[in-house]
Design a protein around this ligand. Structure first.
Ligand code: 5AD
Ligand code: SF4
Length: 467
């Protein structure tokens, strides 16, 4: 058999040859399932894994019991995310006993961390292959090796060779697609494990990104979400530097692309160019996710966020001046070490001043290896939970008011799917990323249509198709 790895070593252009080789050499005819934890980056990595598996001949299935191969794509961001994976691996032990041919793979951020990888190797002898966030493309080779040796096959790359960029992706929806524009993070927020699991920041060449988006547009994609841990610093380290705003302008010129979104941006790096892009680029959606984490400047300093509460509020004012209707979203963390009641009230004050449309809220989780984990001023659990509940009350009340304001408006909605809760309804997203449920024909799925909002609650809107 030709060695896949040798083919890829020569040059990236050999990817077609590599895939042809996979298609010709594998006709597995088995069932596989990929279980994904964590963020959009992981979701997109899983789409690549599924694409590779299908090329090898695997059928993708829903149930663990029907699978011959189960891959867990893991997340390290909080302790609870890791615990979930350990729980799943525990229950898979039983399945493997009744189905000895079952192969189990573990990949993603947890496997990039020595502690978690060693724990998995020690406690779960049922795991067959382990790989990381930088070498998805090696999966066919690793599976072959494992079948040949029947020993746990481990392959972790500290640095990326960027070959995963050349893989296709088994995208859940043809009309909306994730596209990686950069990887890693250089910020070292003192609570965060990401710089240790995803490595240093690196941007993809704009030509490669645009080529991928053109291809997606030609195949029906209307909405693109540009992915990176800190998209605002995109392009700075490229040989020919280009700003993130410039990249958005270039993406907006691609015909067929009607909506552009991105995740995630760091407040310290948000540029005036990007703020003005919200005025000048129609295709850039009316939505900004700008994680603040905390409202106390003292806590922000300890987090190494490199902005104060006032800096953040000034940026928000600027954005609202340019685009008064923009929907704002944030990440908030409760119980960072040494957080006092006064610090917490600063967060509440900031939330009330910004008036977020939506938020992701987290209780601080100690991650070994980060600076904050060394603090001896950890906040007791009961205080964290009490503050968390109080924060949610404030956030949800603002969220409800914001959603009620949509009643009577007509919104452009990208129709995504049939509603999971009620098959009579379709569901989609407005420009502002608001979830809307409405009755309609499934032929509308994938189209952008006018929907009049007739009702609202804290988490979604209800609408009627116009015309
Ligand atoms: N504990 C809790 N939340 C965390 N996040 C990152 N690290 C931690 C941690 N140790 C949150 C931040 C970040 C989001 C992706 O996850 O709010 O923006
Ligand atoms: Fe983590 Fe901070 Fe980087 Fe975001 S910017 S990934 S919170 S270190």
């Amino acid at each position: 058999m030709i060695n896949n790895l040798d083919l890829l070593k020569d040059s990236n252009e050999n990817i077609n040859e590599y895939i042809k080789n996979i298609v010709e050499n594998y006709s597995v005819d088995k069932n596989a399932k990929v279980i994904t934890h964590g963020c959009q980056m992981n979701e997109h990595d899983s789409e690549k894994i599924e694409w590779l598996l299908e090329k090898m001949g695997y059928n993708l299935v829903e149930e663990n019991e029907d699978s011959d191969l189960i891959i867990l794509n893991t997340c390290s961001i909080r302790h609870s995310a890791e615990d979930k994976v350990y729980g799943q691996l525990g229950s898979l032990k039983h399945l493997k006993k009744s189905k000895p041919g079952l192969k189990i793979g573990v990949c993603g951020c947890m496997m990039q961390r020595d502690e978690s990888r060693e724990y998995v190797l020690e406690k779960f002898e049922n795991v067959d292959i382990i790989f990381g966030t930088n070498n998805i493309w090696k999966l066919p080779e690793l599976l072959s090796k494992n079948y040949a040796s029947n020993k746990t096959t481990v392959d972790i790359e500290e640095n990326s060779d960027n070959l995963d960029d050349y893989l296709g992706a088994n995208r859940l929806y043809s009309y909306k697609s994730y596209v990686n524009i950069m990887y890693g993070c250089n910020n070292f927020c003192t609570y965060c494990i990401v710089p240790f699991t995803r490595g240093r920041e690196r941007s993809r060449e704009p030509e490669d990104i645009l080529k991928e988006i053109k291809f997606l547009a030609e195949n029906g994609t209307k909405e693109i979400t540009l992915l990176g841990q800190n998209v605002n610093s995109y392009g700075k380290s490229l040989e020919s530097p280009i700003s993130f705003a410039e990249l958005i302008y270039r993406v907006s010129e691609i015909s067929g692309i009607e909506r552009i979104r991105f995740m995630t941006s760091h407040p310290k790096d948000i540029s005036d160019d990007l703020i003005y892009a919200y005025r000048d680029i129609d295709k850039l959606c009316n939505f900004l996710h700008l994680p603040v984490q905390a409202g106390s400047s003292r806590v922000l300093k300890l987090m190494n966020r490199k902005y104060t509460k006032e800096d953040y509020l000034r940026k928000i004012d600027k954005i609202k001046n340019v685009n008064p209707d923009i929907a704002l979203c944030t990440d908030l963390m409760i119980g960072f070490p040494s957080e006092t009641e006064e610090d917490f009230l600063e967060t509440i004050d900031l939330v009330k001043r910004v008036q977020y449309d939506t938020s992701f809220t987290f209780i601080y989780s100690m991650r070994e290896g980060t600076l904050a984990a060394k603090s001896n001023e950890q906040v007791p659990d009961d205080i964290k939970h009490n503050r968390f509940e109080r924060l949610l009350d404030v956030l949800y009340s603002i969220q409800l008011t914001k959603n009620l304001n949509f009643i009577g408006k007509t919104c452009k909605v990208l129709v995504e799917d049939v509603s999971k809760n009620n098959k009579e309804y379709l569901t989609g997203r407005t420009d502002e990323f608001k979830l809307v449920n409405f009755k309609g024909n499934v032929d509308n799925i994938g189209k952008i249509i006018d929907v009049k909002i007739v009702d609202a609650n804290t988490f979604s809107l209800k609408g009627e198709i116009i015309g």
